[in-house]
Structure formats: structure tokens, C-alpha cells
Design a protein around this ligand. Structure first.
Ligand code: HAM
Length: 418
């Protein structure tokens, strides 16, 4: 028996209603902020992620699903959504169009990670990207959108943490300070961190190894090295968030696992989302588009992990009620009434009423059992007498009452009572 690949999950019809709540909420909140959906390919040229996500990140170094296609080109299943959106934005010349450009996406993404609770190899993201606005209001709008989304899901125990990692100017000074701090400890750090020390010492702050974490705990904080512009930007973001009623704490250790960020970075964390705890992360990335195309376009965005959100929804009792069965089950007693049930169901479906008829050649008793098990709201029973009278016995499964309803009035009868 061939089984599902490690780190992937099936969503069965009995579970999909929770996904619908996530997706419907994402779409309606994105629309409230006037973001429009964008769809980009599941795979891209490997080079896009190597350059876009950054070659000092774990994603690019260890976690990408990269392969050669039949034409010998190296392609990669997207490990996240931002790089593809940025590519599409530039490729279609949207930088010269109406700005700000505001787009959202609901995608599957792929990372070759060690699977555990809340960490999968195929996972799903709801993401938003905003291009063209450099001011703090754009950061605040993106963070507020994320906050509204989580609140609309009913989540209360998810905490927003924000930080600023400065711009390339103030970060250069910070890197020097980090190097000076880590240099005496280099022998105690993991192999990855030793190479991070050379390439991007800030990445050490994101290491999951206990030894490195302990050393990083005493490292200098970026906030102390911010230049005046970055400090003023961060103050404005905090001010807007506070006034908008978006609660947050400043966590100076947030650096994010991708290379493209500058200035504001943020994460929404919950104890119920597995070892990592981050259900949503994002930030400003003013240099990514320039690195890709030479055009300087400021940008800010986030992505939420859908599987982690489901874990938190479960823990916080925010799961929606399971989908009901059909609005009406039409049971037939004999061959002519089964045929009539089939045709009546077709008519009702055209009116937008969800209906089921027996496809298993079951007895009336078993048809009733099926209707009950699947949660049908009404059961309309048809037999010889009903056909002669042109009316069905309609049982309301919730009220346990029964009424005789003319075939031509059936649609109306059900619609009024749903
Ligand atoms: P990220 O922090 O790598 O950021 O991922 C965003 C969210 O995706 C995480 O907070 C987590 O909830 C979820 N996630 C990541 N990896 C996994 C996994 N292996 N299994 C399950 N869930 C996972 C980004 O992807 C950026 N593109 C976000 C962004 C958009 N920044 C700016 N714009």
C-alpha cells in the first residue's frame, strides 16, 4: 500500500470545513483592506529563491525541493510566497502602474524540514504583500490586517511581537558589534553558526541549537544600533499600532529566518502551535525588489501558516461547527418513486437546494438511517400513494415532525425553513 509522503497531510471531506473558515476569513479580511488575490506558479527557477530568500538561510541551504526538469533546468517548489509575487510584480511591469500594489495569496509551500507538530514538508500559507509605500503607515496596515485576521478567527491567545532590524547602514555597525561579541565563543558554536559568523552573524540569533541559543542570549541588541531614520520609523509604527488598538510587545530577539528583511519585523506567536510557536510572520523588505531587478520598490508583507493556525483554533475552541448534510434527502420506496425522487432532486438542486437520493439501492429504513447519519435536515419520503397524490411526506429531522408537501411546493417549503 503506497502511503502519503512524510510531512504531508490529506484534508478529508470531514475536515475541510475548518479550512473553509480559514480561507473565507482570509479573503474577506484581505478584501476589507483592498488587497486583491495573486496566483503564481508552484515552482520557479531555483535562482529566484537562492537570490530572493537568501543564500545564508536554512530554507535555501537545507530545505528546498530542487530538481532538474526534463530540459535540464533547475527548478524549485516554492518554499514561500514572497519571492514569486515579487518576480510577477516586476515581470509584469507593475512597478510602473498604480501604487501601492496590494496582493494576497493562499498557497501551498514546500520545505524539506524534519516533520513535527506544526512543521510539515507541504504546508499552506495565507500571505499579503504591499509594494511601493515606504512609510510606517504601510507597516501598520499590514500588521493590523494580520491582527484583524487572527481576531476574526476568534483567536485570543496569539501574541504580537515586533522588532526593528534596521537598514543596511545601521546593520553594518550592528554586524561589527555582533562579530566582536561572538568571536571569543566561536569554538563553542555549531558548524552552521561558524559559517553564519562569516556570512551573516545576525542569523546566529535565530539558531535552534541550545548551546548557540545560550551564547546568543547575551548578544548586543539591534535596537541599540538603529540609525535615526530607522528609529523614527519604528516609533511611528508602534505609535500607529497602539492608537489602532493592536496590542504588541517589542521582542529584540526577532530576526526572522529569511534574508530579505529590513526595519520592521514581526511575529504572532501561540503556545498551541507546536515547538516553533509562530503562526504568522513578516516584515518590511525594502531591498528585495532592487536586488532582483535594480528597481527600488519598498515592500512589506507577512505570511500565516494555515496548519499552525488550525492547531491554535483547535486549542482555543475556535473550530467552526462541522458542515451539515444535504438540506433534503429524498427517499423512494419502490422503483417509480425512486425515479421521481431522482427527478425532484434535480429540480431542487437547480433552485440551489442541496439534495441527495439513494444511489446504493437501500431499503427505505436504511435510506432514513443514512439521511440521519449524514445530517440531512429534511427527509422527503415518496411511495405509491405520494406519487398518486403528487405530494411527499416531509420529515423535519430536527423537529421530528412530518408534513405532507405538494411536489411543486417542495422547494419553497425547504427554502423557508432552512
Ligand atoms: P516564514 O516565517 O518562513 O515567512 O513563514 C511564515 C509562516 O509559515 C510561519 O510563521 C509558519 O506559521 C508557517 N510555516 C513556515 N514553515 C512551515 C512548515 N514547515 N510547516 C508548517 N508551517 C510553516 C515567510 O514565508 C515569508 N514569506 C513571510 C513574508 C511575506 N514576509 C514578507 N512577506
Amino acid at each position: 500500500m503506497i502511503q502519503i509522503p512524510k510531512g504531508c497531510k490529506d484534508v478529508l471531506p470531514s475536515q475541510v470545513y475548518a479550512w473553509h473558515k480559514l480561507e473565507d476569513t482570509a479573503r474577506s479580511v484581505a478584501q476589507a483592506y483592498a488587497f486583491k488575490e495573486i496566483r503564481t506558479p508552484v515552482f520557479e527557477h531555483t535562482e529566484l529563491f537562492a537570490r530572493g530568500v537568501g543564500d545564508t538561510t536554512d530554507i535555501v541551504n537545507k530545505e528546498m525541493y530542487t530538481f532538474l526538469d526534463k530540459g535540464g533546468r533547475s527548478v524549485t517548489l516554492r518554499p514561500e510566497g514572497t519571492a514569486g509575487v515579487a518576480r510577477a510584480f516586476l515581470e509584469h511591469g507593475l512597478a510602473g502602474g498604480v501604487l501601492p500594489f496590494k496582493a494576497y495569496y493562499l498557497i501551498s509551500a514546500f520545505r524539506y524540514e524534519r516533520p513535527q507538530a506544526g512543521r510539515l514538508r507541504e504546508f499552506h500559507q495565507f500571505g499579503c504583500e504591499l509594494y511601493g509605500a515606504a512609510g510606517a503607515a504601510a507597516d501598520a496596515e499590514i500588521i493590523s490586517l494580520a491582527d484583524t485576521f487572527l481576531k476574526k478567527l476568534g483567536l485570543k491567545e496569539v501574541a504580537l511581537q515586533i522588532n526593528s532590524i534596521g537598514c543596511k547602514h545601521c546593520r553594518a555597525r550592528y554586524h561589527e558589534a555582533l562579530k566582536a561579541y561572538f568571536a571569543p565563543h566561536i569554538g563553542e558554536m555549531c558548524g552552521d553558526c561558524r559559517s553564519r559568523f562569516e556570512k551573516n552573524p545576525m542569523r546566529i540569533l535565530d539558531c535552534k541549537e541550545e548551546g548557540c541559543k545560550a551564547i546568543a542570549a547575551g548578544a548586543p541588541r539591534m535596537l541599540e544600533y538603529l540609525c535615526d531614520d530607522c528609529r523614527a520609523h519604528f516609533e511611528s509604527v508602534k505609535n500607529l499600532l497602539s492608537k489602532a488598538g493592536v496590542g504588541f510587545t517589542v521582542n529584540p530577539s526577532i530576526v526572522r529566518g529569511l534574508d530579505y528583511y529590513s526595519r520592521t519585523v514581526f511575529e504572532f506567536v501561540s503556545a498551541a502551535a507546536g515547538a516553533q510557536g509562530t503562526v504568522l510572520g513578516g516584515g518590511r523588505y525594502d531591498t528585495l525588489l532592487e536586488q532582483m531587478d535594480g528597481k527600488s520598490v519598498p515592500a512589506v508583507g507577512f505570511a500565516a501558516g494555515m496548519e499552525r493556525l488550525l492547531m491554535v483554533m483547535e486549542a482555543e475552541n475556535c473550530m467552526p461547527p462541522a458542515d451539515m448534510g444535504a438540506a433534503c434527502y429524498l427517499a423512494g420506496m419502490d422503483a417509480p418513486s425512486r425515479e421521481k425522487a431522482f427527478l425532484l432532486a434535480e429540480e431542487l438542486r437547480r433552485e440551489g437546494i442541496s439534495c441527495e437520493v439513494d444511489l446504493m439501492e437501500r431499503s427505505v429504513k436504511s435510506q432514513f438511517k443514512y439521511a440521519d447519519k449524514t445530517g440531512a435536515r429534511f427527509v422527503a419520503v415518496l411511495g405509491e400513494r405520494e406519487l398518486a397524490e403528487g405530494a411527499a411526506q416531509v420529515k423535519d429531522m430536527r423537529a421530528s415532525s412530518s408534513e405532507c408537501v405538494k411536489f411543486e411546493e417542495l422547494a419553497n417549503y425547504i427554502q423557508r425553513r432552512l
